[in-house]
Structures are given as C-alpha cells and as structure tokens.
Design a protein around this ligand. Structure first.
Ligand SMILES: Nc1ncnc2c1ncn2[C@@H]1O[C@H](COP(=O)(O)OP(=O)(O)OP(=O)(O)O)[C@@H](O)[C@H]1O
Length: 262
C-alpha cells in the first residue's frame, strides 16, 4: 500500500500539489485531470523522485527515505515505473533492458562484473514471453516499435518484482492497437499477480475500460476519488473547465467491450 498524507509539492515556490491525501491498496487506479493538474508530480513524489515540500508519502506504512538514501533505493525497488517515453537503453537488447530491472536484486559484485546468472537470463526471457516478445529478446531496443518498446518497459518493471506499478502516461506515445496491448498486459498483471497498478491516463474511454477506480486532480488538488462509472458529464465538465474533455469514442476500448457513455 502506498499513501500520501497532506502532501504538498512546490517547484521554486510555485505549488504543484496541495494537501493531497490518498491511499492506493490494490487494484487498477487511473489518475486523471487536465494538463498541469499535478498527475506526474504525484507519481514522481510517490516514487521519491520529487521531494515533498511538506506532508508525507508512506510505503507499506513507512515514510519514504531521504533522497539518495539506501532506504529510499530499497523502497523504490518495490515500485516498478513505466514511463511515457519508455526510458529504455536504446543500444541494448530487449533482454538486457529487462535485466536492468534485476540489477538491484542481484549480488552487486555480479552486477559490477557484468555476470548474469543463467537463471536470471531465463527469468528475463520468461518476462519477455509474458509480454509477447520472446522472439524479439535479442533485438536492440531501438529496432522495436513504440508499442514493443513499452512492452519491454513493462517487463523491466516486472523484473523488479514490484508490489506496485506506477505508469506515467504509459500509452500516450502509442497508437490505438499498441495502447490496447499495453493496457491489457497491465490489467493482466494487476489481476493475476495482484500487483497494484496506478496509471496516469489521458482518454476517459481508456479509464472506463481498464480502471476500477479513478482519482482526479485539478490545479494540484484531489477533486474526485471513486468508480469510473461515477464520472458523469457534470463532473467531467467541472474537471476540464475550458479544456476539451479527452473523450475519444472507441479509443483503446477492448473489442466487444461496452461502457456507458459520459
Ligand atoms: N521539474 C519541475 N520544475 C518546475 N515546475 C514543474 C516541474 N514539474 C512540474 N512542474 C509544474 O508543476 C505543475 C504540475 O505539473 P505536472 O507535470 O505534474 O502536471 P500533469 O497533470 O502531469 O500535466 P500533463 O498532463 O500536461 O503532463 C505544472 O504547473 C508544471 O509546470
């Protein structure tokens, strides 16, 4: 479980999050809100990448350790990150990118010497197989499509054997088909492995299709926390004000899946 308590984050005195208290125990949660609402900042604060100005982030009941501390590094191992731009090492193979997710778990000496035990390699291959990329294991990351790269990113996050996956706009750089593949994989991980998934998502259709809970931020404040079915027109209008609500009918909807219109 990860939790924020009265979390404030400011950048050079300008507040980005105000008094955000929210807990994520399990399930698939979407974080939504207009541009600049603080969605990425919340993700980054939960992973200790952005320090809190005041308030706390607690992981399994323990406050996050100080920046650059061994305690924080150990906590970060429980949090698998999936990034919008994948953040793979482009010249390394898909397999080596997944193995990078194991580094923190390997004997540090082996890591330093570049020795990868056979069992680790087999495990990384198993994870690539799970995301449908066993045949691409030895391809360089930069030879893969965007959707394939993001699937490697998910396998790398899984390699850490995290308790929680934090996915910061995991599909906004992908086409519809790849987006569906990545979302289906994340959903499967949440359901079969019991890993909580928290994802910043843009399109409300995607939220309704995949998330069991939605948390909305506006101007750095938490303004909604509930089931996606409760996101009615008035709520959406208030949330996005003058911005066009990001509803794209049919986007990333699983085949034969119907959901109530907003
Ligand atoms: N590293 C930073 N330095 C300065 N200001 C920042 C930094 N990161 C975020 N901000 C500011 O904090 C506010 C929240 O930004 P954040 O990226 O968290 O919003 P977001 O909801 O993720 O937006 P988007 O949907 O456009 O990605 C914005 O005003 C942004 O300009």
């Amino acid at each position: 479980m990860i939790e924020t308590r009265a979390l404030h984050v400011a950048f050079r005195g300008r507040p980005a999050l105000h008094d955000v208290s929210v807990a994520f125990g399990g399930g698939f949660t979407a974080i939504i809100g207009p541009s600049g609402a603080g969605k990425s900042t919340l993700m980054r604060a939960m992973n200790g990448l952005v320090p809190s100005t005041s308030g706390q982030v607690l992981l399994q009941g323990e406050p996050l350790g100080r920046r650059h501390s061994a305690a924080l590094r150990s906590q970060q191992r429980q949090l698998g990150m999936v990034f919008q731009q994948f953040n793979l090492v482009r010249r390394l193979s898909a397999l080596d990118n997944v193995l990078l997710g194991r580094l923190g778990l390997l004997n540090p000496l082996l890591g330093t010497l570049g020795i990868v035990p056979r069992a680790e390699r087999a495990y990384a291959l198993h994870l690539l197989d799970r995301v449908g990329l066993a045949d691409h294991a030895w391809k360089r990351a930069d030879q893969l499509s965007g959707g394939q790269q993001q699937r490697v990113g998910v396998a790398r996050a899984l390699a850490q054997q995290p308790k929680i996956i934090l996915a910061d706009e995991p599909i906004s750089a992908l086409d519809l088909r790849s987006s569906h593949e990545v979302m289906t994989i994340l959903q499967d991980i949440q359901e079969r492995d019991g890993i909580a998934v928290i994802a910043n998502l843009h399109f409300l259709d995607t939220v309704r299709t995949y998330a069991g809970r939605v948390v909305a931020l506006k101007a750095g404040r938490l303004v909604f926390d509930g089931h996606p079915a409760q996101l009615d027109r008035d709520l959406i209008r208030d949330l996005y004000d003058h911005e066009t609500p990001p509803v794209l009918e049919g986007a990333v909807a699983a085949p034969n899946l119907s959901f109530a219109p907003a």
